[in-house]
Ligand binder design. Structure first.
Ligand SMILES: Nc1ccn([C@@H]2O[C@H](COP(=O)(O)OP(=O)(O)OP(=O)(O)O)[C@@H](O)[C@H]2O)c(=O)n1
Ligand SMILES: C[C@](O)(CO)[C@H](O)COP(=O)(O)O
Length: 231
């Protein structure tokens, strides 16, 4: 399984993981015998086409330097920002300032998603290699959805066939994503993923169906489930 596409990877890892209620940021919690973020980085480090990785860290991060991968020359780190979008923007800007081409592909992938499969990465790269916009891994919603009213009761049940859950990696051209994200944040738009910045710029990212076990570790039960899944 090979792909001729070359790409940069930006890993937002500057969060505090407040919903995990743990003693450290969730990206540094153990999964098996290594930190969660090390599993995430492994999803890219030995794959063909990688130009380099940028990890976006908190200004007060005190765990990164203790990881073996911190000395990997393919990985650089930058200081992230207040929100995830700010951290991603810092990573994109670092690549541009180092001379990366605006037309290079960049994949943005949450540090909190350590279970990305090689097949999903391959499918994303190959599906979008010639796409005029880019896109994202996503999973069609399988449960019935409810819109909640202010009273905490069901207000409506939307047609779930129209809904997908956005995952990562999300894959766009470096210059276009930087500009779209910069402009959206400057306009005060709430941006929770890269695709929404591109949408704000008038683009329609492509949905690439992926595995639902490429989960984002957000709450304690997510890590418990992953630990059982991976043995
Ligand atoms: N200012 C921030 C906030 C989040 N992230 C990263 O974005 C990813 C997805 O964000 P989320 O799951 O919300 O992580 P946290 O913000 O750490 O979690 P919480 O909202 O529970 O605090 C994570 O890898 C997180 O480290 C980041 O780089 N910079
Ligand atoms: C980018 C993302 O993982 C796509 O689902 C999600 O938007 C991140 O949200 P978070 O609240 O920053 O975890």
């Amino acid at each position: 399984m090979t792909s001729s596409v070359t790409y940069w990877v930006v890993i937002p890892a500057a969060g505090i993981g407040s919903r995990m209620r743990a003693d450290r940021p969730k990206q540094y919690l153990p999964l098996g015998d290594r930190a969660l973020i090390e599993h995430t980085l492994d999803c890219f480090l030995d794959r063909p086409g990688l130009k380099g990785l940028v990890v976006c860290l908190s200004a007060v991060d005190r765990w990164w330097d203790d990881l073996a991968c911190a000395s990997d020359t393919r990985i650089q780190h930058v200081v992230g920002g207040r929100d995830r979008a700010d951290s991603v923007l810092a990573g994109l800007l670092a690549l541009l300032q180092q001379g990366a081409d605006r037309e290079d592909w960049v994949l943005v992938h949450d540090a909190a998603r350590p279970n990305l499969s090689a097949t999903d990465l391959h499918n994303l790269l190959n599906t979008l290699a010639d796409d005029p916009v880019g896109g994202l891994l996503a999973v069609p919603v399988r449960d019935t959805l409810k819109c909640a009213g202010p009273d905490g009761r069901v207000a409506s049940t939307p047609d779930r066939s129209l809904f997908w859950q956005a995952y990562t990696p999300q894959m766009f051209r470096l210059g276009a994503l930087h500009d779209a994200l910069f402009r959206a944040l400057a306009a005060g738009v709430s941006i929770t993923d890269e695709a929404s910045a591109m949408e704000h710029a008038g683009q329609a990212p492509r949905l690439v169906e992926g595995r639902s076990d490429n989960i984002k570790v957000t709450r304690p039960e997510d890590l418990e489930w992953l630990a059982r899944l991976r043995g």
